[in-house]
Design a protein around this ligand. Sequence first.
Ligand SMILES: O=C(O)CCC(=O)C(=O)O
Ligand SMILES: [Fe+2]
Length: 207
Amino acid sequence: MVSQVSEAVLDVIADALVDKGYILLSDIIPDYVSLALLEKMQVKHDIDFKSAAIGRGIDQQINTEIRSDKISWLDKQDHTDREYLSIMEQLKDGINRRLFMGLFDYESHYAVYEPGAHYKKHVDALKGSQNRILTTVFFLNPLWQPEDGGQLVIYDEHDVALETVQPQMGTLAIFLSERFPHEVLPTLRTRNSIAGWFRVSHANHGF
Ligand SMILES: O=C(O)CCC(=O)C(=O)O
Ligand SMILES: [Fe+2]
């Protein structure tokens, strides 16, 4: 079954990206999809999650002072992943139709933050190199409490905190990758999420 994102929701997302550059949504991904994704993460855990690296290409390195999550990339061939990716595809097309952003593809990974893990403040798009335009973070943690930590804090260009997002099951954050520094506060509970990036192609970007 492929779930549909309504035109009205796509309008809301596009308007928010123009007005503020980000949006937090809580009911865009159906529960049966979120539950399947969470179940898959829990089953896969310790099988092929790898320590996440920072940087790109030959500069890539693991630095647990900066980030200490473990990741596994989504795969179009997988039935459960495909359900999520098809919703992201609808977002891509809907946003492109409204805002002409030229979003071209989407890469995403599951991420597990074990107790104590965090990701220090950073910006997802390093000048020009990866063509990341829009970041998505989808959270898969039922019954999260503020005292569990692990919040996603989104800052503005002047490092003023704009939002402190609880990583609650079903919440999707979308923000412009170059504009918003953000961090994951140390978590006290195992924290599951899917981080993803809509990118423009090299050809579109003029490199
Ligand atoms: O999981 C989150 O809340 C954000 C993760 C993140 O910033 C990243 O993977 O780049
Ligand atoms: Fe990030």
